[in-house]
Design a protein around this ligand. Structure first.
Ligand code: SAM
Length: 271
């Protein structure tokens, strides 16, 4: 018998999202702190997370003494994030907002958006507006750490990734299938399927996405226009702060370390 899949918005189910992504959180927070230490501005510790989602990183940085602001388009993710902070007695300012029109939440030493959420921004003009708005929310010398998977337009392969995790008694499996990117429309589509077992009948959720694509040359052009930033380092999705990689398009998973230019930024050391 064919299995039926409920078509849902994956972000309406933060608990299953966290089961998959939460295990990497401490390593990502270590990575961010190491980047600030190496390239950023020491002193005050104010962070901004665009598309903060379930708040896993907001909570981890708040636990480490950062004052964290975040925004997201999903009311369900924000409610989950606020409940997590409240449960742990942590503070953070979380508001509804979109990547295309970032809300003004004051100045920060660090902004970060790690898991390719930037690709939800559908146009070049909006992507530039996003970078400029984030720059306005940073002090000179502040960092924007931006994770993005690059497109391989010549590829005709489907790619498939699978993860699993747990949440209480629930066992959660995620499969993401990506179709080859389309150079003409600058887009790629992705299907994610989630299985939740251990809570009675198996839950089967399916979500479909369309992302804006960026290959290396497209991203280089965008960064050249975002003159508020200098690009000071690139890392991979292993979040190893001690191992920068060349920014040459050879590796598809890139975490860009962008530093806000401006008076005061030049005094920052980058050993
Ligand atoms: C992959 S999750 C990342 C969440 C979080 N940053 C993390 O690292 O776990 C992507 C998030 O982007 C949010 N999102 C998608 N499109 C958005 C948009 N245009 N503006 C703001 N948030 C958006 C979703 O609601 C979701 O919470």
């Amino acid at each position: 018998m064919a299995r039926s899949w409920a078509s849902v918005d994956w972000y309406d189910h933060p608990r299953w999202y966290d089961a998959i992504y939460a295990p990497g959180t401490r390593r990502e927070a270590d990575f961010l702190e190491a980047l600030v230490e190496r390239h950023g501005r020491r002193g005050r510790r104010r962070a901004l997370e665009p598309a903060c989602g379930s708040g896993r990183l907001v909570a981890e940085l708040a636990r480490r003494g950062w004052r964290v602001d975040g925004f997201d388009a999903s009311a369900a993710m924000l409610a989950h994030a606020r409940a997590r902070l409240a449960r742990r007695g942590l503070r953070g300012r979380l508001v509804e907002g979109r990547l295309e029109r970032c809300p003004d939440l004051g100045k920060h030493e660090l902004a970060y958006c790690l898991v390719s959420s930037f690709k939800y921004v559908q146009s070049e003009a909006q992507a530039l507006a996003h970078l400029r708005a984030i720059a306005r929310g940073l002090v000179p010398g502040g960092l924007y750490v931006l994770g993005i998977d690059l497109a391989e337009y010549d590829s005709s392969r489907l790619w498939v990734e699978r993860w699993s995790g747990r949440s209480g008694r629930a066992r959660v499996a995620l499969e993401v299938v990506g179709r080859p990117p389309d150079r003409r429309t600058r887009s790629e589509t992705m299907r994610s399927r989630v299985w939740v077992r251990g809570l009675g009948p198996v839950l089967r959720h399916e979500s479909n996405w369309t992302f804006r694509t960026w290959d290396h040359a497209e991203l280089v052009r965008l960064l050249a226009r975002a003159r508020e930033f200098e690009h000071v380092a690139t890392h991979a999705y292993d979040h190893d702060a001690a191992r920068p990689i060349p920014f040459d398009g050879a590796q598809l998973d890139n975490v860009l370390v962008l530093r806000r230019r401006g008076r005061g930024a030049a005094r920052i050391s980058a050993p």
